[in-house]
Design a protein around this ligand. Structure first.
Ligand code: IPE
Ligand code: IPE
Ligand code: MG
Length: 229
């Protein structure tokens, strides 16, 4: 039987290269990437995936040119609320992952409002990883535990102190645009993830690509350190 991963993480890479190929500014690639993102979410819903994490902006992405950073922040503030009908019609519950407190006020506010406005949806949960870094996520969880007086740090304690502890570890991590690295994404929750790397640039992704990565996942044997069942 075809197995559907409960949680897929997407490293959405290649927006800049997509734009460059078309002699467009990098920002045009990010806008096209947003359209692909909606198709991928719909593909995940069709397949019955319960949780999706989308890597939108890393803790390292602040080092990009200021106008590109500003454009991405503008996308968060201007597009999210405008897409509310899309989220609500499709039963999409939004969560944020990462430290959004340092985002420009309008972006932060739009994200908080979108999370609130979609909180009753229950077809799929989509975590938007924004100003997210896996190393910082682990340190932050440890620091939260310390501040509660917890004396012994265990994997369970760390998970319990994540932003959204109810989201299970990623079964599958898919990365577009050919790079074969994790780039500080879900370091803790990828311990036993399957990885699928695709050459296709992110703005070219659509629903069928979700089916393709799930097909590849189905060819894998997951053992979690044990023996094949
Ligand atoms: C991914 O596309 C989007 C973000 C990191 C925000 P890139 O912007 O990294 O695209 P490339 O890698 O330059 O093609
Ligand atoms: C990873 O892509 C971050 C996001 C997709 C948001 P990058 O383009 O920033 O990663 P590197 O720099 O190629 O590792
Ligand atoms: Mg990139």
């Amino acid at each position: 039987m075809r197995e559907i991963p409960c949680h897929i993480g997407f490293i959405m890479d290649g927006n800049g290269r997509w734009a460059k190929k078309r002699f467009l500014p990098r920002t045009a690639g990010h806008l096209a990437g947003l359209k692909a993102l909606k198709k991928v979410i719909l593909g995940c819903i069709k397949e019955g995936v319960r949780y999706v994490t989308l890597y939108c902006f890393s803790t390292e992405n602040w080092s990009r040119p200021q106008d590109e950073v500003n454009y991405l922040m503008g996308l968060f503030s201007e597009k999210i609320m405008g897409e509310l009908p899309f989220y609500n019609e499709n039963g999409i519950r939004l969560l944020t992952l990462g430290d959004i407190s340092v985002l420009p006020e309008d972006a932060r506010k739009a994200l908080v409002e979108a999370v609130e406005a979609t909180s009753a949806n229950n077809t799929i949960t989509v975590q938007l990883a924004i100003n997210y870094g896996g190393q910082r996520e682990i340190c932050q969880a440890v620091n939260r535990a310390i501040s509660e007086g917890i004396m012994e740090i265990t994997p369970e304690v760390i998970r319990a102190h994540f932003d959204n502890p109810e989201v299970p570890p990623a079964d599958l991590i898919a990365r577009s645009a050919g790079e074969k690295r994790i780039s500080n994404f879900l370091l803790f929750d990828s311990a036993y993830s399957e990885f699928v790397f695709c050459d296709k640039l992110w703005p070219e992704w659509s629903e069928e690509d979700v089916t393709a990565v799930i097909d590849e996942y189905n060819g894998r044997v997951r053992k979690f350190g044990g023996l094949k069942q």
